[in-house]
Design a protein. Structure first.
Length: 70
């Protein structure tokens, strides 16, 4: 079992690995912080409510430009 965090740039310039391994810019820090919070909540729910419940809550697609609500 794993909890996976994903990122994807709006546009890919050059190698994707360079983007993934680059420093997080100020505009992306809040998104990264929220991803870490969501991941911690997912792990807690896996432990207390089971994998199925966590998957139902956290494995959803969010349209581009919209924030995920918790």
């Amino acid at each position: 079992m794993r909890v996976r965090l994903g990122i994807k740039p709006e546009r890919i310039w050059g190698e994707l690995r360079d983007y993934v391994l680059s420093a997080i810019g100020p505009a992306e820090r809040e998104t990264a912080r929220q991803m870490a919070v969501d991941a911690a909540e997912a792990v807690e729910l896996i432990c207390t409510g089971g994998v199925g419940k966590a998957m139902s809550r956290f494995n959803r697609k969010v349209p581009p430009g919209e924030e995920a609500s918790s």
